[in-house]
Design a protein around this ligand. Structure first.
Ligand SMILES: Nc1ncnc2c1ncn2[C@@H]1O[C@H](COP(=O)(O)OP(=O)(O)OP(=O)(O)O)[C@@H](O)[C@H]1O
Length: 564
């Protein structure tokens, strides 16, 4: 089968074909690196697809894996075109460790950045993951309490128990979902289980030659550390001699960029926005608690799960640092940890009793998102007491504010001013991108977009924030955006107390943060139908027909009923 060309660069072609105008709906392309220190690295993304897919097929033909179910292109439809998936045309510029001189003019800096000469920051090595064994990683459900009732998790564990490890041969690759800078993502079935996953396949040789091994490693390590309802679950990862594979949850609903294109006026209603940004906020809060600055928030990276809730994806640009979560305000029922209970401390933002958060019949609003407090047995209250707590939740500040990176990372329209100016940046960049994200979902466009990337960068740094007259958006929403899109990071909302500050903004009034996972989403993807169609055994085709559709009729008032 001929390998399908990677469509990631398709927007560039459209740009030329349409008089330099980037068509609305064509995804922003991101160049993750503007290489400088690295000689001979192309400034455009290499279509990993061509290399990965060809090699993968070759690999499979040798009999090491079940077939990439044939006729993929013609017989499979995901309900959203792959071309839409493969978007992003701006520059996703990699984390460079370059320092600019304090006296350098911003225009020089922007020229430099726009010229594609900024440096790579992470010191990629060709050996950073080469010593890995070919076995699967053994993340256990103990470290992922949210997976306790997950059939896919159980299916993976069952194969592991039976065969010792997960390998490529255990999966059928059914459909290419898209390709990114460091790999291609395939819809895959764990053979014989009807459990479907998104498998990211990365060609190790290509990663090494393009000095992206470290980035792939960063993404994998971050994914391994996550266990949150709105963040990807890494079910397993394994290596072959040629490929590194990450097996994650498959999101059939596409991403928020595509979903926005389908809305009337190409923007979401304010209620829908509130839902999506609230879930993104919780996932960012969790990441910051783990010391992870995400750095790549944009609608393309927010995927929609089968239940309509979101999943933040794409962690290869994230920055890891140390963080010391601090309790800044205890709830009235908690003794002051500093005075009375010196053994009370905050550790992980995880569920205290995981299943209780999922049950719609929750009587007690046990929070999935509040910090877990460990106390000595002596001080632990009886469960009933805890269950009756109705007092305000304690406030936790877990901002990796000390993090400092000189990297130039992100997508032009989403870059924070301090990144463009090369002043060094920390977690506040995530709150800037959160503001741009909120703006784009509400207004259908980003606030500082210029005629080209260079103009965009200038606008971000120098242009004041303006709001279009339509659509009409509440004062609270505009006020929140204003607070987030403050150019100086130290004056930006959430700079001091992180997500807590944002949660308390009137825009989110009435949001039940603890039970957001139980709320009805604005749209739920149509159930995935995967039906086998007749054909030769080796190329048995599958039909996949998910597409976002409006939530149940009676969900017109879902926000009042479920969410607030
Ligand atoms: N879990 C998933 N479920 C469904 N589709 C996915 C999933 N993960 C990724 N995809 C699709 O595959 C495409 C490629 O994803 P991938 O993370 O490799 O690249 P990317 O998001 O473009 O970013 P990057 O270039 O930084 O790697 C995405 O655009 C998305 O449409």
């Amino acid at each position: 089968m001929a390998s399908e060309p990677c469509k990631k660069g398709s927007s560039e072609k459209l740009k030329n074909a349409h008089g330099g105008q980037l068509l609305e709906g064509i995804p922003r392309k991101v160049t993750k690196e503007l290489p400088k220190n690295v000689e001979n690295v192309p400034s455009k993304k290499i279509p990993v697809e061509t290399t990965v897919e060809a090699k993968l097929l070759n690999h499979m033909r040798k009999g090491s894996v079940s077939s990439l179910a044939g006729n993929l292109d013609s017989t499979l439809s995901l309900g959203y075109p792959i071309a839409d998936n493969e978007k992003k045309t701006s520059a996703k510029v990699s984390d460079g460790a370059r320092k600019t001189s304090g006296s350098a003019k911003i225009s020089d800096r922007i020229d430099f950045l726009d010229s594609g000469k900024s440096s790579l920051c992470r010191n990629s090595t060709s050996t950073d993951v080469s010593d890995e064994s070919s076995c699967s990683s053994f993340s256990s459900s103990i470290s992922k309490p949210h997976k306790a009732n997950d059939l896919r998790w159980e299916a993976i564990q069952a194969v592991r128990l039976r065969d010792g490890s997960l390998e490529l041969k255990h999966f059928r690759l059914l459909k290419k979902l898209g390709c990114g800078d460091i790999g291609s993502v395939y819809l895959s079935e764990l053979c014989g289980t009807k459990c479907y996953f998104a498998m990211k396949v990365m060609d190790k040789a290509s990663l090494a030659s393009r000095k992206k091994l470290l980035r792939a490693q960063t993404e994998r390590e971050i994914l391994q550390s996550l266990d949150h309802p709105f963040l990807p679950t890494l079910y397993t990862h394994f290596e072959t001699d040629k490929f590194s594979c990450l097996v994650m949850e498959f999101c059939p609903g596409g991403d928020l960029h595509m979903l926005r294109q389908r809305q009337t006026g190409k923007h979401f209603s304010e209620q829908a926005v509130k839902f999506y940004v609230a879930e993104v906020l919780l996932s960012m809060e969790y990441l910051h608690m783990l010391g992870i600055v995400y750095r790549d928030l944009k609608p393309e990276n927010v995927l929609v799960r089968e239940d309509g809730h979101i999943m933040l994806s794409d962690f290869d640009l994230s920055l890891r640092c140390t963080v010391s979560p601090t309790l800044i305000k205890s709830s009235s029922l908690q003794a002051d940890p500093l005075t009375k209970n010196s053994n009370l401390y905050c550790a992980q933002p995880a569920c205290i009793e995981p299943p209780s958060c999922i049950q719609p019949s929750c009587v007690v609003p046990t929070s999935c998102f509040t910090p877990r407090f460990f106390k000595s047995k002596k001080d632990r209250k009886p469960k009933t007491d805890i269950g009756n707590q109705v007092s305000p939740l304690p406030e936790l500040m877990a901002e990796p504010t000390d993090a400092r990176s000189m990297s130039f990372v992100g997508t032009h329209e989403y870059l924070a001013p301090e990144i463009i100016k090369g002043e060094g940046h920390g977690s506040a960049v995530d709150w800037w991108t959160f503001g741009i994200f909120l703006y784009e979902l509400l207004f259908g466009k980003t606030p500082f977009k210029g005629s080209g990337n260079r103009a965009t960068l200038f606008n971000v740094v120098g242009q004041p924030l303006r709001f279009p007259e339509s659509p009409v958006v509440s004062f609270a929403a505009r006020d929140l955006i204003r607070g987030l899109l403050v150019k100086e990071p130290q004056h930006r909302l959430a700079y001091k107390r992180g997500a807590t500050e944002i949660k308390q903004h009137p825009f989110f009034e009435g949001v039940n943060w603890a039970l957001i996972r139980c709320a009805s989403p604005p749209e739920v993807p149509r159930p995935v139908e995967i039906e086998r169609i007749p054909g030769p055994p080796a190329s048995a085709g599958l039909k996949v027909v998910p597409a976002a559709m409006p939530a149940q009729k009676n969900s017109d008032n879902y926000l009042e009923f479920d969410f607030f």
